[in-house]
Design a protein around this ligand. Structure first.
Ligand SMILES: C[S@@+](CC[C@H](N)C(=O)[O-])C[C@H]1O[C@@H](n2cnc3c(N)ncnc32)[C@H](O)[C@@H]1O
Length: 340
């Protein structure tokens, strides 16, 4: 294994933004889809998109040097990397669009956010409003955000392999698009599901669930999970949620789960855990990313344990999941379903 010199490491890091933008530009021009459709010649791609031919030639040359594309004479072929950026189900294209635009602009304020001062998160500094407000006002951006969240579900398929859901009623708390619950129920035919999220997410989740597992086994309902969480579940999922909130809000969410869960119920927190897993760098990256987006962050296992204890839960185990994610299993410390 070769180790990059310190100066090369610095060069690689300070050109990271260029790589992001090169990929973003190629995706905006639809380069992977055009190549898949048989148009691998840079001049032809420029002709189809109205772009500058010389600039497209230089962009594709860079992407080949980065291993995103492969040279094929004067033209280019897709690689498994660029195939992941085609406009089709399961693609990471929408992540690339979001990370190269809205998220990129939020990160431009990293130095101000870290230095302190009158402190809004990076996104708010860039867009003059919190991310959640921006998404509620821009339908196209909201749809892209949802697709990007869906594309980023690297651990959803794996969860039912490491947790036994058989025969369980699974409540997905702030379950978003329904993709996680659908993946769980798809693998566990005798499990049933309930998803709770804000009003505007309910039809999206219902459609995802019906398309994946048919009607009847799962329901999506509107509600505020800080107010209450429905009882009747055996397993409560909190996926990619606690990272958005401060400790007090997290304790409230966990308390609501504890009140709703039976004595032998389980609460599964799905998050990246700082300092854990085979890829700890990803947890640290997303920790800063959440700080830029909404002031949130990722936590250490000890921090999760403290939140659990404050909410009357005990931390049972941590199961590593792909891409630096983990499933933290919590149980009621004293028997669940207590009065509020
Ligand atoms: C980062 S997304 C995670 C979605 C899903 N759990 C996943 O892993 O894909 C956070 C979700 O929390 C929902 N949410 C935020 N505040 C909420 C509230 N007060 N009550 C219910 N859902 C809420 C949002 O609508 C969004 O779907």
């Amino acid at each position: 294994m070769t180790t990059a010199s310190p100066s090369r490491t610095v060069l690689d890091m300070i050109t990271g933004a260029w790589r992001t933008q090169a990929l973003h530009t190629a995706v905006r021009l639809g380069v992977p889809d055009r190549i898949a459709a048989g148009v691998g010649d840079p001049d032809a791609i420029a002709g189809q998109t109205g772009a500058d031919p010389a600039a497209v030639r230089r962009l594709l040359r860079l992407l080949a040097d980065l291993g995103v594309l492969e040279r094929d004479g004067g033209a280019y072929r897709n690689t498994p990397v660029s195939e992941l950026l085609m406009d089709r189900p399961g693609s990471l294209r929408d992540m690339c669009l979001l990370y190269g635009a809205e998220f990129y602009r939020a990160w431009e304020h990293a130095a101000d956010v870290v230095s302190g001062g009158p402190g809004a998160p990076g996104f708010e500094r860039a867009y003059g409003q919190p991310l959640i407000t921006y998404l509620s006002r821009d339908e196209e951006a909201a749809a892209r955000f949802q697709r990007a969240m869906q594309a980023g579900h690297f651990f959803f398929e794996r969860l039912p392999e490491v947790v036994d859901f058989s025969g369980a009623t699974v409540v997905d708390v702030a379950g978003g698009s329904g993709s996680l619950l659908a993946a769980v129920l798809d693998r566990c035919p005798d499990a049933r599901g309930l998803l709770i999220d804000l009003d505007h997410m309910v039809p999206i989740a219902q459609t995802t669930l019906e398309e994946a597992i048919g009607a009847g086994r799962a329901e999506a309902i509107a509600g505020d999970v800080f107010e209450s969480i429905p009882s009747g579940g055996d397993i409560y999922l909190l996926s990619r949620l606690l990272g958005d909130w401060d400790d007090a809000a997290c304790v409230r969410l966990l308390e609501n789960c504890r009140r709703a869960a039976p004595a032998d119920g389980r609460i599964l927190v799905l998050e990246r855990v700082v300092g854990k897993g085979e890829d700890p760098e990803l947890a640290s990256l997303w920790d800063l990313h959440l700080l830029m987006m909404n002031g949130g962050g990722q936590r250490t296992l000890d921090q999760f344990r403290a939140l659990a204890e404050a909410a009357g839960l005990r931390l049972e185990r941590l199961v590593p999941l792909p891409m630096g994610n983990a499933c933290i299993e919590l149980r009621p410390a004293d028997g669940g379903r207590t009065a509020p």
